[in-house]
Design a protein around this ligand. Structure first.
Ligand SMILES: N[C@@H](CCC(=O)N[C@@H](CS)C(=O)NCC(=O)O)C(=O)O
Length: 307
């Protein structure tokens, strides 16, 4: 049995990205279901305030953000590779498009077309998170034809990529596929116009079916209480690391806060730096319910502030 615990909920597209990543690696993992909107009382003691989905736990090490999670899964389980055909580096470049521009546009379509049917607490939470404090659903709705034109051209590029005798974006299923597939899954599952919209792209649809067939590995349910017990009875396994080239001069032992960049209103998470690298930062923090935990974040897309 793997030590990987994923805190998530079924409807989360970013969690679907990680679930399919676990499928590519054919891993067994433990599945803890969390609420779709805050409060998330059994998650906050683990993350120190990070409220987004998904979060991965291994003992008392907590990994926030799918970027950090997928990197850690690959570090622990290098085979089968996330980077077929020597594709290292490239998927992360791709993710700065798929996880930002394309994700944002698809969120606009999903929320814009379903605002009336969504529970108001969910709509308000997500609109605030993705559109900022001054969000206005009428503006989002008025731009929907424009937004669809943007998405259409970009999915057209993916369609072209797999339309010429290529089953996956690289050679075999890998991280680039995972980073794009979850957005098609999100659009198809949450917008009723998607069947007609996506039917323009037969090669993309055939690729989508191949991706779906990969599955999620082998998940087994776990309660949040059990996950908290595991954190409490474990010690963080992350060793100290310093990086003399760090442009911010961050060093182990420094007191910092870490927060997702942008105006989503995410709360910062405070702690003492344990390890800092070009790609990630991990901070130690204490909580009565879980004891000491080490919380990991990516550097890209996150702001670290010395306290
Ligand atoms: N950059 C983050 C984005 C995560 C994200 O925005 N997830 C959505 C769900 S798909 C979320 O957190 N929604 C609010 C929530 O679950 O509370 C990542 O890659 O993990």
């Amino acid at each position: 049995m793997s030590d990987i615990i994923l805190h998530h909920y079924p409807q989360s597209p970013v969690a679907e990205k990680v679930r399919v990543g676990l499928g590519v690696k054919q891993l067994a993992w433990r599945s803890v279901q969390i609420p779709r909107v805050p409060p998330k009382p059994d998650l906050m003691p683990l993350t120190g305030g990070y409220r987004r989905t998904p979060v991965m736990q291994v003992g008392a090490d907590i990994y926030c953000d799918s970027q950090c999670i997928l990197r850690e899964i690959d570090r622990r389980h290098p085979e089968p590779t996330f980077y077929p055909g020597g594709g290292q580096g490239m998927p992360w470049v791709l993710s700065r498009w798929s996880d930002t521009i394309l994700f944002d546009q698809i969120v606009r379509v999903v929320l814009g077309f379903s605002a009336e049917e969504m529970p108001s607490d969910l709509l308000e939470d997500r609109a605030r998170l993705y559109f900022g404090p001054d969000w206005d659903m009428e503006t989002v709705k008025a731009s929907l034809p424009h937004t669809l034109a943007q998405i259409r051209a970009q999915l057209g590029w993916v369609d072209e990529r797999v339309a010429h005798g290529r089953d996956f974006l690289l050679v075999e299923p890998g991280l680039p596929d995972v980073l794009v597939y979850y957005l098609v899954w999100f659009l198809r599952g949450r917008w009723e116009g998607s069947t007609e919209f996506l039917s323009e792209f037969p090669a993309l649809e055939a690729w989508e079916a191949r991706m779906k067939a990969i599955g999620h590995g082998d998940p087994t349910d776990m309660t949040s209480t059990e996950a908290i017990e595991i954190a409490k009875s474990s010690d963080p396994q992350t060793s100290e690391n310093e990086d003399s080239r760090d442009p911010q001069g961050l060093m182990p032992g420094m007191n910092v806060s870490v927060v997702p960049d942008g105006d989503g209103g995410d709360p910062p998470v405070a702690g003492i730096i344990r390890t800092v690298t070009r790609d990630s930062i991990a901070i130690l923090r204490e909580d009565d319910r879980v004891g000491q935990v080490c919380v990991h974040f990516p550097r890209v897309g996150y702001r670290v502030v010395k306290l």
